[in-house]
Design a protein around this ligand. Structure first.
Ligand SMILES: *Cc1c(COP(=O)(O)O)cnc(C)c1O
Length: 379
Protein backbone atom coordinates (compact mmCIF):
# COMPACT_ATOMS: atom_id res chain seq x y z
CA UNK A 1 0.00 0.00 0.00
CA UNK A 2 1.44 3.32 -1.05
CA UNK A 3 0.05 6.40 0.64
CA UNK A 4 1.18 9.45 -1.27
CA UNK A 5 1.98 12.74 0.41
CA UNK A 6 -0.51 14.68 -1.70
CA UNK A 7 -3.39 13.69 -3.92
CA UNK A 8 -5.45 16.41 -5.59
CA UNK A 9 -9.12 16.02 -4.77
CA UNK A 10 -11.73 16.01 -7.54
CA UNK A 11 -15.34 16.72 -6.58
CA UNK A 12 -16.70 14.88 -9.63
CA UNK A 13 -18.33 17.97 -11.19
CA UNK A 14 -15.21 19.45 -12.77
CA UNK A 15 -15.57 17.85 -16.20
CA UNK A 16 -19.25 18.73 -16.53
CA UNK A 17 -18.45 22.39 -15.91
CA UNK A 18 -15.48 22.30 -18.30
CA UNK A 19 -17.73 20.73 -20.95
CA UNK A 20 -20.30 23.48 -20.38
CA UNK A 21 -17.60 26.14 -20.77
CA UNK A 22 -16.36 24.50 -23.96
CA UNK A 23 -19.88 24.26 -25.38
CA UNK A 24 -20.60 27.86 -24.41
CA UNK A 25 -18.01 29.05 -26.91
CA UNK A 26 -16.33 31.59 -24.61
CA UNK A 27 -12.93 29.97 -24.08
CA UNK A 28 -10.74 32.94 -23.24
CA UNK A 29 -10.77 34.59 -19.81
CA UNK A 30 -13.50 36.63 -18.10
CA UNK A 31 -16.54 34.64 -19.22
CA UNK A 32 -19.46 33.39 -17.12
CA UNK A 33 -17.47 30.89 -14.98
CA UNK A 34 -14.86 33.51 -14.11
CA UNK A 35 -17.74 35.79 -13.08
CA UNK A 36 -19.19 33.07 -10.82
CA UNK A 37 -15.81 32.42 -9.17
CA UNK A 38 -15.27 36.12 -8.69
CA UNK A 39 -18.67 36.69 -7.10
CA UNK A 40 -18.11 33.71 -4.80
CA UNK A 41 -14.67 34.95 -3.70
CA UNK A 42 -15.98 38.47 -3.11
CA UNK A 43 -18.91 37.19 -1.04
CA UNK A 44 -16.78 34.68 0.87
CA UNK A 45 -13.91 37.04 1.71
CA UNK A 46 -15.64 40.42 1.80
CA UNK A 47 -12.93 41.90 -0.44
CA UNK A 48 -13.77 44.85 -2.72
CA UNK A 49 -12.61 43.04 -5.83
CA UNK A 50 -11.45 39.45 -6.43
CA UNK A 51 -9.58 39.01 -9.70
CA UNK A 52 -8.95 35.48 -10.92
CA UNK A 53 -5.41 34.88 -12.20
CA UNK A 54 -3.60 31.94 -13.77
CA UNK A 55 -1.47 31.53 -10.64
CA UNK A 56 -0.84 32.95 -7.21
CA UNK A 57 2.59 33.92 -8.53
CA UNK A 58 0.91 36.19 -11.12
CA UNK A 59 -1.27 37.70 -8.38
CA UNK A 60 1.86 38.45 -6.30
CA UNK A 61 3.46 40.11 -9.31
CA UNK A 62 0.33 42.22 -9.82
CA UNK A 63 0.44 43.22 -6.15
CA UNK A 64 4.07 44.31 -6.54
CA UNK A 65 3.10 46.54 -9.51
CA UNK A 66 0.13 47.99 -7.60
CA UNK A 67 2.45 48.72 -4.66
CA UNK A 68 4.53 50.80 -7.10
CA UNK A 69 7.75 49.07 -6.04
CA UNK A 70 10.86 50.57 -7.58
CA UNK A 71 14.60 49.83 -7.50
CA UNK A 72 15.93 50.67 -4.05
CA UNK A 73 12.61 50.01 -2.30
CA UNK A 74 12.54 47.36 0.42
CA UNK A 75 9.86 44.84 1.36
CA UNK A 76 10.02 43.03 4.70
CA UNK A 77 9.04 39.35 4.54
CA UNK A 78 9.81 35.99 6.13
CA UNK A 79 12.56 33.85 4.61
CA UNK A 80 10.49 30.75 5.33
CA UNK A 81 8.30 31.00 2.20
CA UNK A 82 7.96 30.04 -1.43
CA UNK A 83 10.27 31.71 -4.01
CA UNK A 84 7.35 33.52 -5.73
CA UNK A 85 6.87 35.68 -2.63
CA UNK A 86 10.32 37.27 -2.97
CA UNK A 87 10.55 36.97 -6.75
CA UNK A 88 7.57 39.30 -7.29
CA UNK A 89 9.45 42.02 -5.40
CA UNK A 90 12.74 41.33 -7.19
CA UNK A 91 11.07 41.63 -10.60
CA UNK A 92 10.33 45.29 -9.76
CA UNK A 93 14.00 45.83 -8.90
CA UNK A 94 13.15 46.10 -5.19
CA UNK A 95 14.90 44.27 -2.33
CA UNK A 96 13.38 41.59 -0.10
CA UNK A 97 14.46 42.03 3.52
CA UNK A 98 14.18 38.72 5.33
CA UNK A 99 13.33 38.48 9.01
CA UNK A 100 12.85 35.47 11.26
CA UNK A 101 9.61 33.63 12.03
CA UNK A 102 7.88 32.91 15.34
CA UNK A 103 8.78 29.54 16.85
CA UNK A 104 5.10 28.75 17.56
CA UNK A 105 3.10 29.49 14.37
CA UNK A 106 6.13 29.65 12.00
CA UNK A 107 4.72 32.95 10.69
CA UNK A 108 6.71 36.19 10.38
CA UNK A 109 7.73 37.36 13.86
CA UNK A 110 5.90 40.68 14.11
CA UNK A 111 8.36 41.87 16.78
CA UNK A 112 11.13 41.73 14.18
CA UNK A 113 9.37 43.92 11.60
CA UNK A 114 9.75 47.38 13.11
CA UNK A 115 13.53 47.08 13.74
CA UNK A 116 13.95 46.14 10.04
CA UNK A 117 12.16 49.26 8.74
CA UNK A 118 14.33 51.85 6.94
CA UNK A 119 13.58 54.97 4.90
CA UNK A 120 13.36 52.65 1.86
CA UNK A 121 10.74 50.26 3.27
CA UNK A 122 7.49 50.30 1.28
CA UNK A 123 5.62 47.15 2.25
CA UNK A 124 5.32 44.15 4.55
CA UNK A 125 4.63 40.85 2.79
CA UNK A 126 3.34 38.21 5.19
CA UNK A 127 2.46 34.58 4.59
CA UNK A 128 -0.11 32.68 6.63
CA UNK A 129 1.79 29.42 7.00
CA UNK A 130 -0.40 26.31 6.98
CA UNK A 131 -3.51 28.51 6.90
CA UNK A 132 -2.80 29.83 10.41
CA UNK A 133 -3.01 33.62 10.58
CA UNK A 134 -0.09 35.95 11.24
CA UNK A 135 -0.58 38.47 14.07
CA UNK A 136 -2.48 40.79 11.76
CA UNK A 137 -3.58 43.38 14.37
CA UNK A 138 0.05 44.06 15.32
CA UNK A 139 1.22 44.00 11.70
CA UNK A 140 -1.49 46.41 10.50
CA UNK A 141 -0.66 48.76 13.39
CA UNK A 142 3.04 48.79 12.41
CA UNK A 143 2.07 49.46 8.78
CA UNK A 144 -0.17 52.38 9.82
CA UNK A 145 2.56 53.92 12.00
CA UNK A 146 5.07 53.83 9.14
CA UNK A 147 2.79 54.36 6.13
CA UNK A 148 3.50 50.90 4.65
CA UNK A 149 1.38 48.57 2.56
CA UNK A 150 0.55 45.07 3.78
CA UNK A 151 0.30 42.26 1.24
CA UNK A 152 -1.00 38.91 2.51
CA UNK A 153 0.28 35.81 0.76
CA UNK A 154 -2.73 33.65 1.62
CA UNK A 155 -1.74 30.86 -0.80
CA UNK A 156 -2.22 28.32 2.02
CA UNK A 157 -5.13 30.10 3.57
CA UNK A 158 -8.27 29.97 1.42
CA UNK A 159 -11.27 29.53 3.79
CA UNK A 160 -9.11 30.29 6.85
CA UNK A 161 -9.72 33.24 9.16
CA UNK A 162 -8.55 35.33 12.06
CA UNK A 163 -11.02 36.73 14.61
CA UNK A 164 -13.75 35.91 12.10
CA UNK A 165 -12.10 37.76 9.19
CA UNK A 166 -11.12 35.77 6.08
CA UNK A 167 -7.36 35.69 5.45
CA UNK A 168 -6.32 37.65 2.39
CA UNK A 169 -8.94 40.32 3.12
CA UNK A 170 -7.21 42.05 6.05
CA UNK A 171 -4.17 43.70 4.43
CA UNK A 172 -4.33 46.16 1.53
CA UNK A 173 -3.89 43.36 -1.01
CA UNK A 174 -4.08 39.57 -0.67
CA UNK A 175 -3.35 36.60 -2.91
CA UNK A 176 -4.73 33.05 -3.06
CA UNK A 177 -3.46 29.96 -4.88
CA UNK A 178 -5.48 27.27 -6.63
CA UNK A 179 -2.45 25.14 -7.50
CA UNK A 180 -2.94 21.37 -7.40
CA UNK A 181 -1.21 21.19 -4.00
CA UNK A 182 -3.61 23.67 -2.38
CA UNK A 183 -6.95 23.03 -0.66
CA UNK A 184 -9.10 24.17 -3.61
CA UNK A 185 -7.61 23.73 -7.03
CA UNK A 186 -7.90 24.37 -10.74
CA UNK A 187 -4.61 22.61 -11.47
CA UNK A 188 -2.97 26.00 -11.79
CA UNK A 189 -4.76 29.15 -10.68
CA UNK A 190 -4.87 32.03 -8.25
CA UNK A 191 -6.60 35.23 -7.29
CA UNK A 192 -5.75 38.77 -6.27
CA UNK A 193 -7.93 40.21 -3.52
CA UNK A 194 -8.04 44.00 -3.78
CA UNK A 195 -9.15 45.23 -0.38
CA UNK A 196 -8.98 48.98 -1.02
CA UNK A 197 -11.00 50.98 -3.50
CA UNK A 198 -7.93 53.02 -4.53
CA UNK A 199 -6.31 49.98 -6.21
CA UNK A 200 -9.37 48.56 -8.01
CA UNK A 201 -9.21 50.42 -11.31
CA UNK A 202 -5.50 49.89 -11.78
CA UNK A 203 -5.69 46.22 -10.72
CA UNK A 204 -8.08 45.47 -13.61
CA UNK A 205 -5.70 47.20 -16.02
CA UNK A 206 -2.54 45.47 -14.77
CA UNK A 207 -4.29 42.09 -15.09
CA UNK A 208 -5.25 42.62 -18.75
CA UNK A 209 -1.96 43.55 -20.46
CA UNK A 210 -1.96 47.09 -19.10
CA UNK A 211 -5.06 47.87 -21.14
CA UNK A 212 -8.44 49.28 -20.19
CA UNK A 213 -10.22 46.35 -21.85
CA UNK A 214 -12.27 45.65 -18.70
CA UNK A 215 -13.76 49.14 -18.91
CA UNK A 216 -14.36 48.68 -22.64
CA UNK A 217 -16.24 45.40 -22.05
CA UNK A 218 -18.49 47.20 -19.55
CA UNK A 219 -19.16 49.89 -22.14
CA UNK A 220 -17.41 52.60 -20.13
CA UNK A 221 -15.05 53.54 -22.98
CA UNK A 222 -15.67 53.12 -26.73
CA UNK A 223 -12.32 51.47 -27.55
CA UNK A 224 -9.57 49.96 -25.50
CA UNK A 225 -5.90 50.83 -25.51
CA UNK A 226 -2.59 50.43 -23.68
CA UNK A 227 -2.71 52.66 -20.59
CA UNK A 228 -0.26 51.25 -18.00
CA UNK A 229 2.17 48.44 -17.16
CA UNK A 230 0.70 44.97 -16.94
CA UNK A 231 0.70 41.40 -18.15
CA UNK A 232 -1.76 38.71 -19.21
CA UNK A 233 -2.83 37.22 -15.90
CA UNK A 234 -6.24 35.78 -16.85
CA UNK A 235 -7.05 32.10 -16.56
CA UNK A 236 -9.10 30.65 -19.41
CA UNK A 237 -12.78 29.87 -18.89
CA UNK A 238 -11.90 26.15 -18.92
CA UNK A 239 -9.77 26.70 -15.82
CA UNK A 240 -12.42 28.84 -14.16
CA UNK A 241 -15.06 26.17 -14.87
CA UNK A 242 -12.88 23.52 -13.21
CA UNK A 243 -12.33 25.79 -10.21
CA UNK A 244 -16.05 26.50 -9.88
CA UNK A 245 -16.67 22.80 -9.13
CA UNK A 246 -14.29 23.11 -6.17
CA UNK A 247 -15.68 26.41 -4.87
CA UNK A 248 -19.20 24.92 -4.88
CA UNK A 249 -18.12 22.43 -2.20
CA UNK A 250 -15.38 24.48 -0.53
CA UNK A 251 -17.01 24.17 2.90
CA UNK A 252 -17.12 20.40 2.69
CA UNK A 253 -13.52 20.09 1.44
CA UNK A 254 -12.36 22.32 4.27
CA UNK A 255 -14.37 20.37 6.88
CA UNK A 256 -12.82 17.10 5.73
CA UNK A 257 -9.29 18.53 5.84
CA UNK A 258 -9.80 20.03 9.29
CA UNK A 259 -11.12 16.67 10.55
CA UNK A 260 -8.01 14.87 9.23
CA UNK A 261 -5.81 17.58 10.77
CA UNK A 262 -7.56 17.16 14.11
CA UNK A 263 -7.14 13.37 14.05
CA UNK A 264 -3.37 13.79 13.62
CA UNK A 265 -3.32 16.42 16.34
CA UNK A 266 -5.13 14.22 18.83
CA UNK A 267 -3.10 11.18 17.78
CA UNK A 268 0.22 12.97 18.32
CA UNK A 269 -0.63 14.57 21.69
CA UNK A 270 1.05 11.87 23.78
CA UNK A 271 4.16 11.88 21.57
CA UNK A 272 4.48 15.60 22.28
CA UNK A 273 4.00 15.02 26.04
CA UNK A 274 6.80 12.45 25.89
CA UNK A 275 9.11 15.04 24.31
CA UNK A 276 9.46 13.13 21.02
CA UNK A 277 8.14 15.91 18.77
CA UNK A 278 6.36 19.24 18.73
CA UNK A 279 2.89 19.67 17.21
CA UNK A 280 1.59 22.74 15.33
CA UNK A 281 0.38 25.67 17.44
CA UNK A 282 -2.89 27.35 16.44
CA UNK A 283 -3.67 30.48 18.52
CA UNK A 284 -7.25 30.66 19.83
CA UNK A 285 -8.18 33.55 17.54
CA UNK A 286 -7.22 31.63 14.36
CA UNK A 287 -9.61 29.53 12.30
CA UNK A 288 -7.29 27.33 10.23
CA UNK A 289 -8.30 25.38 7.12
CA UNK A 290 -6.44 22.09 7.55
CA UNK A 291 -4.06 23.00 4.75
CA UNK A 292 -1.18 20.96 6.08
CA UNK A 293 -0.14 18.98 9.16
CA UNK A 294 3.48 19.16 10.22
CA UNK A 295 5.60 17.83 13.05
CA UNK A 296 8.82 19.33 14.37
CA UNK A 297 11.34 16.59 15.20
CA UNK A 298 14.30 17.18 17.55
CA UNK A 299 16.96 17.65 14.85
CA UNK A 300 17.91 17.14 11.20
CA UNK A 301 19.19 13.62 11.81
CA UNK A 302 15.98 12.40 13.44
CA UNK A 303 13.89 13.90 10.64
CA UNK A 304 16.02 12.17 8.02
CA UNK A 305 15.73 8.78 9.71
CA UNK A 306 12.00 9.24 10.28
CA UNK A 307 11.31 10.16 6.65
CA UNK A 308 13.40 7.23 5.38
CA UNK A 309 11.54 4.81 7.65
CA UNK A 310 8.15 6.16 6.55
CA UNK A 311 9.19 5.82 2.92
CA UNK A 312 10.11 2.17 3.51
CA UNK A 313 6.57 1.70 4.83
CA UNK A 314 5.20 3.24 1.61
CA UNK A 315 4.09 6.52 3.20
CA UNK A 316 5.05 9.80 1.59
CA UNK A 317 6.13 12.64 3.88
CA UNK A 318 7.74 15.92 2.86
CA UNK A 319 9.90 18.57 4.43
CA UNK A 320 9.11 22.12 3.35
CA UNK A 321 10.74 25.41 2.32
CA UNK A 322 14.41 25.85 1.65
CA UNK A 323 14.79 29.30 3.23
CA UNK A 324 14.96 32.14 0.75
CA UNK A 325 17.74 34.07 2.53
CA UNK A 326 20.43 31.48 1.84
CA UNK A 327 19.19 30.36 -1.58
CA UNK A 328 21.36 31.51 -4.53
CA UNK A 329 18.82 34.12 -5.66
CA UNK A 330 18.03 35.22 -2.12
CA UNK A 331 21.70 35.94 -1.47
CA UNK A 332 21.99 37.83 -4.73
CA UNK A 333 18.81 39.92 -4.54
CA UNK A 334 17.85 40.11 -0.87
CA UNK A 335 19.30 40.77 2.54
CA UNK A 336 18.59 39.67 6.10
CA UNK A 337 17.76 41.71 9.13
CA UNK A 338 18.79 40.02 12.37
CA UNK A 339 19.44 36.33 12.87
CA UNK A 340 17.22 33.69 11.28
CA UNK A 341 17.85 30.86 13.71
CA UNK A 342 14.18 29.81 14.01
CA UNK A 343 13.89 29.65 10.21
CA UNK A 344 17.01 27.49 10.01
CA UNK A 345 15.86 25.17 12.79
CA UNK A 346 12.43 24.69 11.19
CA UNK A 347 14.01 24.05 7.79
CA UNK A 348 15.95 21.14 9.31
CA UNK A 349 13.32 19.66 11.62
CA UNK A 350 9.88 20.08 10.01
CA UNK A 351 8.13 17.18 8.31
CA UNK A 352 4.68 17.25 6.69
CA UNK A 353 2.35 14.25 6.83
CA UNK A 354 -0.05 13.11 4.07
CA UNK A 355 -3.30 15.13 4.20
CA UNK A 356 -5.97 15.02 1.50
CA UNK A 357 -9.70 14.28 1.33
CA UNK A 358 -9.86 10.53 0.86
CA UNK A 359 -7.11 9.81 3.40
CA UNK A 360 -9.78 9.00 6.00
CA UNK A 361 -9.57 5.27 5.17
CA UNK A 362 -5.78 5.18 5.59
CA UNK A 363 -5.11 7.61 8.40
CA UNK A 364 -4.99 4.90 11.09
CA UNK A 365 -2.29 3.19 9.08
CA UNK A 366 -0.28 6.43 8.84
CA UNK A 367 -0.62 6.97 12.61
CA UNK A 368 0.52 3.42 13.36
CA UNK A 369 3.53 3.74 11.05
CA UNK A 370 4.36 7.15 12.49
CA UNK A 371 4.52 5.81 16.04
CA UNK A 372 6.73 2.88 14.94
CA UNK A 373 9.02 5.08 12.86
CA UNK A 374 9.60 7.52 15.73
CA UNK A 375 10.81 4.73 18.03
CA UNK A 376 14.20 5.54 19.56
CA UNK A 377 14.59 8.82 17.65
CA UNK A 378 14.49 11.22 20.58
CA UNK A 379 17.07 9.29 22.61
C1 LIG B 1 1.86 27.76 -3.57
C2 LIG B 1 2.41 29.05 -3.10
C3 LIG B 1 2.65 30.12 -3.96
C4 LIG B 1 2.56 30.02 -5.46
O1 LIG B 1 1.34 29.63 -5.90
P1 LIG B 1 1.13 29.32 -7.48
O2 LIG B 1 -0.36 29.33 -7.60
O3 LIG B 1 1.74 27.97 -7.72
O4 LIG B 1 1.78 30.39 -8.25
C5 LIG B 1 3.05 31.34 -3.42
N1 LIG B 1 3.22 31.49 -2.10
C6 LIG B 1 3.03 30.46 -1.23
C7 LIG B 1 3.21 30.70 0.22
C8 LIG B 1 2.64 29.21 -1.71
O5 LIG B 1 2.47 28.21 -0.85
Amino acid sequence: MIISFNRPYATGNELAHVAAAAAGGHWAGDGPFTAKCRAWLEARTGTRMALLTHSCTAALEMAAILADLKPGDEVIMPSYSFPSTANAVVLRGATPVFVDIRPDTLNIDEARIEPAITAQTRAILVIHYAGVACEMDAIMAIARRHGLLVIEDAAHAVMAGCKGRPLGSIGHLGVLSFHATKNLTAGEGGALLVNEERFCRRAEIVRVMGTNRSQFLRGEVDKYTWVDQGSSCLPSELTAAFLWAQLEVAEEITRRRVRLWQAYHTGCASLERDGILRRPVVPRHCQHNGHLYYLLLPNARSREVFMARMKERGIGCAFHYQPLHNSPAGQRFGRCHGGLSVTEHVTDCLVRLPLWPGLEDHQQEVMGALTDCLAGLAD
